[in-house]
Design a protein around this ligand. Structure first.
Ligand code: NI
Length: 453
């Protein structure tokens, strides 16, 4: 009898060289086929960090390399679980290795629905990468679906349900998505490596030594608590110093407004956009298929931006040039007390000739470095459990004063963005609007919005 597809192992394990994990090991034919599918290959053409590479120029790595890394983390965890904590020995607290293929597939595919400059694109065109991920996995037209469906009927839906967290086995779900999961453990290390920063470093080897399954999901042995603590602090540092960097957000604002302007102009000059940016037309029309979505990548959008940079509309061409040539908007922080002065600043911006709708923005970035179970919370998270020698579980922040200090509190800031020319105007503009620029600057002190005297 031939070996069923889901059990087919490669005669020689295939390896991919990786700067973070050294090697990514592929053993299943199914996984290799998924990697070779066109939907996964498309992730090579989408940068993991979007506009962050305008600040950290090394951060050009792709979503493809991250996806392989998450797969590799999940594969290692499954190997550890089956060796140290098999279900045969530990019953419901152990790992059932028949879950391996669904877990590895979900790990590899968890980000497959990301588009170019995801967050900005979603905001302007109302798409949702998580929903698209599920669609790609469950749509019979995709190569991914066809591969998964060969494993067994209903398998694509099974993989999708891990990503939507509806899969019945919490060990599988938490391995892919929780506060310490295969996803985060890859992107922190990978983003730190490629941006050339050290903040994201933590001891992955140590964490993998102390990770274990239990019936409610995944826990960590008490003797490895400090490695988990270090990971939480690393994550906090990465958000504050890399992901929330004000300059990257200043580029994101330009991108957002650029797409918004194109969307608007399409209504009056559809002929132009159909000629030079055909693949965006379904999104301008707010009527797109999965196929339309999969045709986009960073290269396609960047080519369009380059086309738009000499279009007759001065707002569109100016924003395109600012994006291509990296002229981020400047920003200041503001508080709830000073917020009401923003209208006044926008008025000045308008007075000197900028349309505030396209030349100003409020951008907030907040993250919870760590959260524990709070019955009132709107967005419940799986708390990190430390397993003591006698088998009892304790929530991490009750054991670690460091994590306690970060727990349950949002960190980040809200910023007001505007053209740099407002504080560093060109010479010929100064004569015309001298007072306006001075007035604008009187609202700013130490990078913060203040009440002028
Ligand atoms: Ni991810």
């Amino acid at each position: 009898m031939p070996i069923p597809y889901k059990e087919q192992l490669l005669e020689n394990e295939k390896v991919f060289r990786d700067p973070v994990h050294n090697y990514v090991h592929v053993q299943h034919q199914v996984i290799l086929d998924l990697i070779n599918s066109k939907e996964v290959q498309r992730l090579r053409r989408i940068k993991q960090l979007g506009t962050t590479s305008f600040t950290f120029h090394g951060g050009e790595h792709s979503r493809f390399s991250h996806s392989l890394g998450v797969y590799e983390n999940a594969r290692r965890i499954a190997d550890i679980f089956v060796r140290k904590y098999p279900k045969e020995k530990l019953d419901e607290n152990g790992w059932d290795d028949s879950e391996r293929l669904v877990t590895l597939s979900a790990a590899l595919l968890h980000d497959v629905g990301h588009g170019p400059y995801s967050h900005t694109f979603e905001h302007i065109f109302n798409t949702n990468h998580e929903q698209v991920t599920v669609d790609i996995i469950t749509n019979p037209q995709t190569e991914i679906y066809q591969i998964l469906n060969r494993v067994e009927e209903g398998f694509p839906e099974k993989v999708a349900s891990v990503i939507t967290k509806e899969y019945p086995n919490p060990q599988v779900v938490q391995m892919i998505s929780s506060q310490v999961d295969a996803d985060r453990m890859d992107y922190l290390l990978r983003d730190a490596y490629f941006t050339g920063t050290q903040y994201g470093q933590f001891d992955l080897t140590r964490i993998l030594r102390v990770i274990r399954p239990y019936k409610g999901g995944i826990a960590f042995q008490a003797n490895g608590m400090h490695a988990v603590e270090d990971y939480i602090v690393s994550r906090y540092q990465m958000y504050m110093q890399i992901y929330f960097h004000p300059v990257s957000r200043g580029m994101e604002v330009i991108l957002d407004h650029l797409l918004k302007r194109a969307h608007k102009l399409y209504q009056s000059d559809s002929e132009y956009f159909e000629r030079v940016s055909k693949r965006l037309v379904p999104f301008f029309k707010d009527h797109y298929s999965l196929e339309d979505y999969l045709r986009l990548d960073d290269g396609v959008l960047n080519t369009y931006f380059s086309e738009w940079s000499d279009y007759s509309d001065s707002i569109l061409s100016d924003l395109a040039n600012r994006f291509l040539n990296r002229h981020p908007f400047k920003s200041i922080t503001f508080s709830d007390e000073t917020r009401n002065q923003l209208a006044k600043m926008q008025e000045i911006i308008e007075r000197v000739g900028y349309n505030p709708k396209y030349y100003t923005a409020i951008n907030s970035s907040w993250d919870l470095p760590y959260d524990f179970y709070r019955p009132q919370a709107t967005n419940q998270r799986t708390q990190i459990e430390i397993i003591l020698q006698d088998g009892t579980l304790k929530e991490l922040s009750t054991l670690s004063p460091l994590v306690q200090a970060l727990a349950g509190q949002s960190q980040g800031d809200q910023r007001f963005y505007f053209p740099k020319e407002m504080i560093a105007p060109a010479k010929k503009q100064i004569d015309l609007f001298d007072e306006s620029y001075q007035e604008f600057s009187s609202y700013i002190h130490n990078g913060e919005l203040i009440k002028p005297e």
